[in-house]
Design a protein around this ligand. Sequence first.
Ligand code: PLP
Length: 432
Amino acid sequence: MFVSENLGVNAKGHLTIDGADTIELAQQYGTPLYVMDENLIRENLRRFHDSMNKFYEGRGEVHFASKAFSCMEMCRIVASEGDGLDAVSIGELYTAVKAGFPMEKVGFHGNNKSDEELRYCLEVGVGHIIVDNIPELHRLEAIAKDMGKKPHIMFRIKPGIEAHTHEKVLTGQIDSKFGFALETGEAFEAVKEAVSCGNVVFYGVHCHIGSQIFDIEPFEEAAKTMLGFIAKVKNELGYEIKGLNLGGGFGIKYLTEHDPEPFEKFIERVSAVVKAQCAELGIAQPRMYIEPGRAIVGSAGITLYKVGARKVIPDIRTYISVDGGMPDNPRYILYQSEYEAVVANKADQPRDEKVTIAGRCCESGDLIGENMPLQHAESGDIIAVLATGAYNFSMAMTYNRLQRPAVVFVKDGEARIGVRRESLDDIIRNDV
Ligand SMILES: *Cc1c(COP(=O)(O)O)cnc(C)c1O
């Protein structure tokens, strides 16, 4: 009935998420409100790590990409499932540290890491630093030497794979700001230098080809290309690369008609390719890492809004204005992303109108979506926008000095606060 299977309708005709009544949540916690289904987050993590165990004999690790949704409670959930994290800033690292996350299971990314961030990585003992460029390698070496540490590193490689997705989330092609290029020999020269460094351990190679990818083929191609590179390094430099990190990017259902491959299929097919290639190339099977972000949290989240005005412009469109918008969900203004929505207090009624859901900011482009099928919505109704668990809260901003919404976690019908709503004093906290 709805795009995510954890959603239902109760006897009052109210939308439910993992059994919790969304209208009661909106009343209790206010709107806008992010609601995250803890059971579904855990199930998604398990689907990935269980299939790594099954198809790659337990020699794989799942690192949740924090940038999709980072807060301390999320770090605790990931830790309790035994999985790792991928972090891209000192803020994401700090969140993990404060949540008591085992930092040896963290990989640190970024195309422009600061010295402060590199030092912090060594101080808190992150498992791997994924090095993006040669100046960064040199800075890291100097910092490691100074601190008397020997961090494990991977190299971010651009494997030159084109996946079909939005161009702003394509990252594996040669014209990308991320990582070392394979085709030009840049990556090989960099590895030559890294394996002879005294202050770092060159452990692995990493690639991330993009995001919201539905096909398995680009992942298989990326794995093949990366293994070819591992074989080249072994044959020409006599150096064995132990880790292969294939990044994230697994696509999810935002609309009912979307039909991504199940996560298990990705892991099954990619594992088979890795094993076959290793046999063919005569190299040892590397430890395999994946970094799903969207796939873990996307479908697990919804956002609740209260409807203010209904504005009908005859023969043009109907605007339904809600009490949030681009500050809590900038994905429409960034990528024209599509979502499904439901009037949560009329969830048992048909969605027989087509409307534009507008945010409350002083921007005409501040929309949640256009041409969205919806029940007849009026002032005071609660609208749920579905599958907003990834890249919504984590991208939220305070434009127009709006307070960022609260995050509530739901588990077996019970809700608890994960992140409090910002107060007016939070808005002026750093003003002098
Ligand atoms: C963004 C990103 C991810 C996660 O991507 P999803 O599409 O959310 O799975 C993983 N690894 C790296 C390096 C990334 O930049």
